[in-house]
Every structure is written in structure tokens, then in C-alpha cells.
Design a protein around this ligand. Sequence first.
Ligand SMILES: Nc1ncnc2c1ncn2[C@@H]1O[C@H](COP(=O)(O)OP(=O)(O)OP(=O)(O)O)[C@@H](O)[C@H]1O
Ligand SMILES: [Mg+2]
Length: 364
Amino acid sequence: MMRDATRTGVVLTDIRKSFGSLEVIHGIDLKITEGSFVVFVGPSGCGKSTLLRMIAGLEEVTDGEIEIKGRAVTDLDPSDRGIAMVFQSYALYPHMSVRDNLAFGLKMARTPEAEIEARVRAASAILKIDPLLDRRPGQLSGGQRQRVAIGRAIVRKPDVFLFDEPLSNLDAELRVSMRIEIARLHRELGNTMIYVTHDQTEAMTLADVIVVLRDGRIEQTGSPREVYENPANVFVAGFIGSPRMNLLAARWAGDGSVQVGAVRVPVSPEIGKPSGDKITLGIRPEHLLVSSAGEGMLQAKVDFSEYLGGTQFLYCQTDDGQSIIAEHRSPVPVDAGDTVHFSWDSAQLRLFDSAGIRIHGSQR
Ligand SMILES: Nc1ncnc2c1ncn2[C@@H]1O[C@H](COP(=O)(O)OP(=O)(O)OP(=O)(O)O)[C@@H](O)[C@H]1O
Ligand SMILES: [Mg+2]
């Protein structure tokens, strides 16, 4: 789908939120292109739900401005913002049929009967819930309930869909199929969607743009590929990816190399000298290749090995006592207790300075 980057779906300008005297959101600036799928990720308590609820109007902002489709909405009621929110808990009315659950918001807004009917029919066709319209929520499975909750958002024809961990109550298999349905929904409707999740796969597969939050601040905004391949700092490097990027304490050794324990590791010649000598070397588990011993290789002892069928995760300790995880795809198994040597493509190394910021040049 072509998106016009000049058309903004949602703009947040210096958003702050305090609960009592405690500030939990510390000045968030974010421009979301109309029609894009944006995913908020970050550790528990970093402010994802609070930010979403402020966009929805369910929580007042302490400071800052919110715009939706070019309209200032900061002081508007949730019902006047052109948004619809889907919660983790579904929040369906238990005593109403599915049909009435879908129609309820429209009835309250005094939408004409024929229009309500048309919208309910269209939404249930998209979500394939027509056979369920006369049941009550208690007579539905978790996945069906979540579909009704999404249907209730669709009938409102919002400009922006807001999702707060909508799939986290579902079992693993249902999560995968609902994830694909949400992706399809986005493709069909083309609305701006903002989605909060703890699930790395959901974030990577659904997002056009991932926003990584920590303690009420944005650490990085970028496409899934950008945040995965070129994390802005050690926090993002350690948060995105499962297992996360290996982060090894190292020292700048000059002449295009860094020292990790007793090993001198050549790095890209484009990398300029960082301000401090202490640096962090980042490398993803899939870029560590088990090799026969050689110059400039990390030697490590395997503590645990996890066999997952197509791949094997090796939990190791380097010679200088640092933890490292490698993804091993060779048919030749590696077992706990083995000593291994790792080689890598130096283009895959990421270096971070003593403040944890990625050093320019340590990227493709
Ligand atoms: N009503 C409230 N009163 C006081 N503090 C609150 C309130 N709601 C949230 N907070 C605090 O604000 C911070 C952000 O909470 P929020 O619910 O937005 O986090 P989150 O990123 O959604 O976390 P999770 O991943 O656990 O859902 C937390 O420190 C939380 O304790
Ligand atoms: Mg939350």
C-alpha cells in the first residue's frame, strides 16, 4: 500500500503525564504517518498503556498536544477523537448478544437503524463472525470474543485503531492466527493502527514502525529492520530480539580493533575512535558461527544447549567469564560441556560507546 508520508495520522508533541507528583511520561514527540501500523514496545511499566490511553482520551495529558488527522484533540472526549480502542480484556457486555455488543456504541451515538445494520453486517463479514451474532459473549471462545471486540471497533469506522495487548489472553496457536487476521485487517482497511505488545514476533511482523520505550521516554523509532539491525543503543540492542543481542564488555585497542578478554577482534575500518576506551561489542546469536580454533576468535564453554529442531541455542561463558548465546544451525550437534570457537562476519558487529550509544560506522 502506498502511503503519503506527509499525511499525519497522529502527532504527539511533548506529551507528559504525572500521577500525583510522579512524572511517568517525560516528553514524548512522535509523528505517525496516516495509514501506518505502529507498535509500542518496552518493559513492563514503561508507559505504553498510559500513552495509548492519552491518545484515546481515557487519560488526561499533564502537558503537551495530541493531533489526529490534523485536528487538535487534546481536550476532546474519547468519542469525539475518531478513535476506537481494543483492550486485552475484551470488555464485552456479557448480557448482550454479539449483535447488540457490536451495535451498542452506534445506538448510543444515535446512528440510524439501517446504517447500524449495514455496518454490523460488514464488520461481521470481515471478521467471519456472522454465525455468532445471536450468541452471548459467555458462549464464545477466547479468540471469538477477541474478534467481537475488534468488530466493535470496526463498526465505529475510526480514523485510528488503538490496541492494548489484544492477543495476550489467547493461547499460542490462536495468537498466531489472530496476528495474521490483524495484519489482513490493516491491509483491508488501511487505517492508522497503534498497537501495544510484549510479544517480539507480533512487533516485528505487524509493525511498519516500532517505537521502543523505556521509563517514559522513546529510546528508538524505526522499522523492524532498523531497530533489529541498527539498534541506537545498548538498551534497544538488549530488548529487541529473542534471544537478545549479545553485549560484551570490551576495550578500544586502537588500529581498528577491540579487545575482548584476551582476544583482539578486528572491527570495521570506518569506525572512528570512540571518546572512551570502554566499549560494548554487540553481536546477534545468529551471527556467531561455531568454527575450528583460529586467530581472533572467541573461545567459550557451553553451559547449556537447547535443541529446537531447526536450530540450537548454545548458552556459553567466554574465557573472560562473559555470558554469550549462539544460535547454531549446523547438523553437527554441540553439547553442554563442549568448548567452542566463534567466528563472525565483522560487518555484523555493533559497537557502543561508554554511554551505551551506538558508535557511528558500526552498521552496514
Ligand atoms: N492510575 C495510575 N496511578 C498511578 N500510577 C500509575 C497509574 N497508571 C499507571 N501508573 C504508573 O505509570 C507507569 C506506566 O504505566 P503503564 O501502565 O503505562 O505501563 P505499561 O508500559 O503499559 O506496562 P505493562 O507492560 O505492564 O502493561 C507505571 O510506573 C505505573 O505504575
Ligand atoms: Mg500496559
